[in-house]
Design a protein around this ligand. Structure first.
Ligand SMILES: [Zn+2]
Length: 546
């Protein structure tokens, strides 16, 4: 009996020891790599897969965990709100980035999501450096990692677009973006007084000038691109100086009339340049090699610029993804060598999807249209003058929101809620406008599903407009050639959500998930607090496998 008790105690103590060992030292990956591919639809994984290499996107699909039905869960689906939502785990209603730009009643003008007039440029040009994350009202997963490690982690945000770098890096990380005027990567005095030496050395290489001395040829013969429309068509928007939107693109000939050094944004070489900087940052900051978990937040902006100009059924978009795939394969191989396979954690998503070109859809007899907002606003002005008396009643129309002149309404003793309702009802008479909602209703009611739920998740009580408009599916505003995004329809909301590497099982799920689940998933994997406004949930399929 005594022996059994002793044996029992021995076993118990060994179990206890083993558990202590398991939980005794906190396990975290050496490096987290966040990848946002600007404007990437989920379907691109499959549409272009035949010509992907083995170790790029396919590595994520085969060895990572794929949420196949991952969506944006708010309106409007733009770049600023997208990056803010991925990294904060919540929606514009809470984090406050309600558009790329939005009208501010108290200022009587629109502001830019990452603007900050209290700071200035470091490298690049001063005006391109009035950038910081100060308009972001909630913490990010990158902030929380900094708090969790006593700020010993390093967080580096990189993108061509300033908002694609500054919002992911959070309030405590560093951010670098491209200055189209000088061709330099720059930062602002929010972050640094001077550029780090490795970034200076990077700029000295003058890579944008080198890339823009090339011709953009397709990787494969142009006639083998059969996933969309033919290269020459009337749906795409040619570069200035070209008659057709067709390969090859002689970049030296196009540079002067198409944004100078900014032209690189609308070529695949903008992504190449972003990766070049990522390599330099990894080496310069020794990310993932310092005994603390570091975070590299990259955003590939060129996919968006090319997508806007040519649309999702273009040869240009396909070629860009084939090139990005090859460059990501090299990048993952580099991380395997430098950080170690299984030692780093990757997630890949997008900041929004994109609509098809309106005229392309119409050519295929799919319902689609373009709303002439000038016409609508002229009619609306006439209506408001008639209803409320002569006056400048419409202060602003942007992001599919009408801002009424509230001061004038107060002066004339009109009830704002009634005015909102009248305007909302009036707007429904136009073809292409499907639904309208008043700010009063969005404040008072709680919408749990459907597109009005998405609208509410993007609605900020203090900052949003008075009447919010939802267009019919496949409708855009003032669209001639090329395309855009911003709606709550699946073409804009359905994006990749993939995790790969440290602690991530291989697999996939078609369960509905949202991009606000990404930051909570990271918080569970990294054992940090949840970002302070987080409303998404950890993806159980990923975190519970550990
Ligand atoms: Zn865009």
């Amino acid at each position: 009996m005594k022996k059994i008790v002793v044996l029992g105690l021995l076993i118990l103590s060994q179990v206890g020891f083993a558990q202590e060992e398991k939980s005794g030292s906190l396990q975290r990956p050496k490096l987290v790599v966040g990848i946002v591919v600007d404007q990437m639809r989920q379907e691109y994984f499959y549409r272009y897969q035949d010509r992907f290499v083995e170790n790029g996107f396919k590595r994520l699909l085969k060895s990572g965990f794929v949420m196949e039905n991952g969506h944006y869960n708010y309106i409007p689906t733009y770049t600023g709100p997208g990056h803010a939502s991925v990294y904060s785990g919540t929606t514009p209603a809470t984090h406050g980035i309600i558009g790329n730009n939005w009208y501010v009643r108290s200022l009587g003008r629109s502001i830019y999501c990452a603007e900050d007039s209290t700071v200035t440029g470091v490298a690049g040009t001063a005006s391109s450096g009035e950038i910081s994350p100060r308009n972001l009202l909630s913490s990010t997963i990158t902030d929380e990692l900094m708090f969790a490690t006593g700020k010993r982690s390093k967080v580096v945000g990189i993108a061509i677009k300033d908002r694609g770098a500054a919002l992911p890096a959070g309030h405590m990380g560093d951010a670098y973006w491209y200055d189209a005027k000088t061709g330099e990567f720059m930062t602002s005095t929010y972050y640094y007084g001077a550029l780090p030496d490795w970034a200076k050395a990077f700029n000295d290489r003058k890579l944008p000038q080198k890339y823009l001395s090339q011709t953009w040829e397709p990787l494969f013969p142009v006639e083998t691109y059969v996933q969309g429309a033919a290269d020459d068509n009337v749906f795409e928007s040619p570069f200035i100086g070209m008659e057709t939107p067709t390969f090859p693109y002689d970049l030296p000939a196009l540079t002067e009339d198409n944004g100078g050094l900014g032209l690189i944004s609308t070529t695949p070489f903008g992504n190449t340049l972003t990766l070049d900087l990522a390599y330099a940052a990894l080496e310069g900051e020794q990310l993932g090699k310092r005994g603390e978990t570091d975070f590299l937040a990259m955003s590939f902006s060129s996919t968006d610029y090319i997508g806007h100009r040519f649309g999702p059924s273009s040869v240009e978009v396909e070629d860009n993804y084939l090139r990005l795939d090859r460059e990501l394969a090299e990048f993952f191989d580099y991380l395997d060598r430098e950080i170690g396979e299984g030692e780093y954690l990757v997630f890949l998503t997008a900041d929004h999807g994109v609509a098809d070109v309106v005229s392309y859809m119409q050519s295929e007899r799919v319902a689609a249209g373009s709303l002439d907002t000038r016409f609508v606003l002229t009619q609306l002005k006439g209506f408001t003058n008639q209803q409320f008396g002569e006056g400048d009643w419409i202060s602003n129309y942007s992001n599919e929101q009408v801002f009424l002149n509230r001061e004038l309404a107060k002066e004339k003793g009109l009830v704002l809620a009634d005015m909102q309702k009248e305007v909302a009802d009036f707007l429904l008479r136009f073809d292409g406008i499907k639904e309208t909602y008043t700010a009063e209703d969005l404040k008072r009611l709680e919408y749990n599903h459907g597109r009005k739920h998405l609208l509410q998740m993007g609605f900020n009580h203090k900052a949003s407009g008075d009447v919010l408009v939802i267009l019919e599916p496949a409708w855009l505003t003032n669209s001639v050639r090329g395309t855009t995004h911003g709606t709550g329809y699946t073409y804009d909301t359905h994006v990749p959500i993939v995790f790969y590497g440290w602690g991530v099982p291989a697999g996939s799920s078609s369960r509905y998930a949202t991009i606000t689940d990404i930051a909570p998933t990271l918080a569970m994997l990294l054992k940090t607090r949840l970002p302070n406004g987080a409303s998404g949930q950890p993806i159980g399929e990923i975190v519970d496998s550990k």
